[in-house]
Design a protein around this ligand. Structure first.
Ligand code: ZN
Length: 337
């Protein structure tokens, strides 16, 4: 008789049938948008998507399997409510667009594994933890491959929670706090663009790099406009210390993943992730902001590939309802002519 564990084993065999080296389209066939897939013992969860957006929550896990010993060194802070916040964002985005973002959730405690570190610190040499770490990256890579295949570019956000005194969103682009304490011209210097997790977007963008992180249509500014204090942003251009600049995932799937770009968002708790109402409000603000951000900064609607606005040439009729930010942009104006 088949035990539930045996069923999971069969499911895993199916999941593993789509390695990163698979033929183009294989991952697309393997992972159905809106369906949930799991890694070993269900510790990593992947909700497959069809939007050009990937969201991961590495530190919101609660599971503490006895078979994996606790890590002895590193950081163990639990980002309370971030797993639930990721699910709320997925639900809101699906409601607004009719399609799914790619969501990757670590359901296991950070005491057992840190899914925002390289494998040595993440797993402390524990082979069972290393399997989970590889699940995490296998799903993220599948999501990245799908987004790049369908859209040629896209955005990744690594979602966290901080306990800093100032209640604001900390937008991490891999710059230190001091890097921001300069003029916009200095911030836009080539060495900062190269170091940025948004470098793939910056390469497409004709505006100075500083506009991308603290201009009118920076993600921090758009969130701040919707009632969620954020830094860096136009309103708060230089982060206060302490400030989280972005970690391992932001480097791997942002800076080093072109044509994908990415960032880390460290969320404050109150009003953002402390209860269902907060999470729903933030999910709406983030989705509303990303719809503008995608058009203004990435030149792509937050929509699935099958949506006519993505695959068909942009016409004057389609340009008309675009936000003012997009109409002002050179590239968009050129496309609209
Ligand atoms: Zn975290």
């Amino acid at each position: 008789m088949h035990t539930p564990r045996y069923h999971w084993f069969l499911l895993l065999l199916v999941c593993w049938a789509a390695p990163a080296q698979a033929e183009p389209g294989a991952t697309q066939q393997q992972f159905q948008p809106g369906e949930t897939y799991f890694g070993h013992d269900q510790h990593i969860e992947y909700i497959a998507g069809d939007l050009p957006f990937i969201l991961s929550a590495p530190h919101g896990g609660r599971e503490k399997p006895e078979g994996i010993v606790d890590r002895k060194e590193g950081t163990f802070a639990f980002d309370i409510g971030t797993q639930e916040l990721a699910r709320a964002i997925a639900a809101e985005m699906h409601q607004q667009t009719g399609h799914w973002p790619h969501i990757i959730i670590c359901r296991i405690s950070r005491r057992k594994i840190d899914c925002n570190r390289e494998i040595v610190e993440a797993c402390a040499g524990n082979p069972a933890a290393e399997k989970i770490w590889h699940d995490w990256h296998r799903f993220l890579t599948a999501a990245r491959d799908r987004v790049v295949q369908d859209f040629g570019r896209g955005l990744y956000i690594d979602l966290h929670g901080h306990g800093h005194k100032i209640g604001q969103l900390e937008m991490g682009y891999l710059h230190s706090q001091l890097d921001y304490d300069v003029s916009n011209e200095q911030l836009s210097a080539p060495q900062n663009v190269t170091a940025s997790s948004l470098q793939a977007i910056a390469a497409l963008n004709r505006r100075p790099y500083a506009d991308l992180v603290r201009g009118d249509f920076a993600l921090g500014t758009l969130l701040m406009d919707r009632g969620f204090p954020a830094t860096p942003s136009k309103q708060r251009p230089v982060p206060t210390i302490p400030y989280f600049r972005g970690g391992y995932n932001t480097g791997r799937y942002g800076r080093d993943a072109a044509p994908l770009a990415g960032l880390q968002i460290e969320t404050n708790s109150r009003g953002v992730r402390d209860n269902d109402k907060s999470r729903a409000a933030f999910a709406k603000a983030l989705t509303d902001s990303l719809k503008i951000y995608f058009e203004a900064q990435i030149g792509l609607p937050l929509a699935a590939k099958s949506t006519p606005a993505v695959s068909a040439p942009v016409t004057n009729a389609l340009c008309a309802p675009q936000p003012a930010c997009c109409r002002r942009r050179f590239r968009c104006r050129a496309r609209c002519r």
